[in-house]
Design a protein around this ligand. Sequence first.
Ligand code: ATP
Ligand code: MG
Length: 438
Amino acid sequence: MVECIQAIRGMNDVLPTDSALWRHVEAIMRQTVYAFGYDEIRTPILEKTELFKRNIGAATDIVEKEMYVFEDRNGDSLALRPEGTASAVRLGLEHGLLTPGNVQRWWYMGPMYRHERPQKGRYRQFYQLGAEAFGVMNADIDVEMILLSQTLWHNLSLKTPLTLQINTLGTAPARAAHKKDLVAYLNKHHEALDEDSQRRLHTNPLRILDSKNEETQAIVADAPKLMDYLDDEAQLHFQKVCEGLQALGVPYEVNPSLVRGLDYYTHTVFEWVSTELGAQATVCAGGRYDSLVEQMGGKSVPGVGFSVGIERVLLLLQLQQENIIDTADIYMVSTPGEARLYALQLAGTIRKAKPHWRVVTDCGDAGFKNQFKKADKSGASVALIIGEEEYQRKKVSLKYLRDESLAQTEVAESDLLETLSKSILKNQLRRVYRKIQE
Ligand code: ATP
Ligand code: MG
């Protein structure tokens, strides 16, 4: 027997029963970023490995151990994109869109790839919605970004609130002064740190603040805080973000050990965290990256952005028992042969006149009883029946599947569209049937 080939571990299929929820979530996300005036960008899934290596930071989890890197047939080193910001900046620079004084608001959506240990909410191919804004130094754009993400949760009707955590990473000189003291402090506790953190002491000490190890966390609790090293500019910027959030009534928590896994962040960083997702608690993460554009070879253009893990949003919606099913509007029941061809033709006429109606034609050899069962299962509100007799007389029987008080009627082809529009479809057309289970 031939062995069936399975999908790659950590890379998921979306089944027909789940895709409607995906489309619903994606549609709301698109609608929301659109409403904030953001334009879509699409970048290739493959980029030169160097793009991520140089700009995400050599000592980050992503670059150290998570990237899918391979040589193509020319011997060039390519990587499956692990995130979207580096590609967005590359696109902007390559097409001359990131120039000082020029404001750009972009969004993207698509798959990202990281070789991590697959578990709930953590996959090797996962989807992100991202938003990036370039060219605004003012803290108001940080507030707009946070407001945009908050609007997403609102529009998605997330029932259990996410917590907004914010922090500031200040500017490079402040971070350098803090880093010096932090390393000195952590060196004193070297023996007690977990292995990863001991290594990071030499590569990326700030990441130790992010350690999940309990003993390390206890040491970190008393470590010098970056907050105490901020210069006036950084303090003022952070204060403005906090004031903006307060003015807009967005609740937040300041979390001094929030550092973010990528090197390019400056000033504001934030995360939206759920209590419902176990260890994979962060649904959305972002922040400001004022030196990235310059670091990548452009002029000095500030940036701020975030990305949302779409699977984690879906997990939250599923936890609140939300599912969305696509249902048919009309199911064509017919006898194989000439009547069937007439049914197919009629379905075509209906679809042309009403492109948003979902018209399913039964194409099998099953009898009427079986076809009606399928009609019912399709969720259609109406079955149109075309047997030999109906075909000969160019009439269609119309059976209401969701309302037993309405009797089956016969309609002439010429009246069909009008009858369908006027009668039940007007009230009962349920193109998307939202089912909230108790
Ligand atoms: P984590 O701490 O969970 O590893 P991260 O800091 O690596 O997250 P980011 O690079 O900030 O994540 O990505 C932004 C968002 O993308 C995360 O908050 C999360 O919702 C989602 N995400 C990141 N990695 C994965 C993954 N492997 N599978 C599913 N979603 C992910
Ligand atoms: Mg990660």
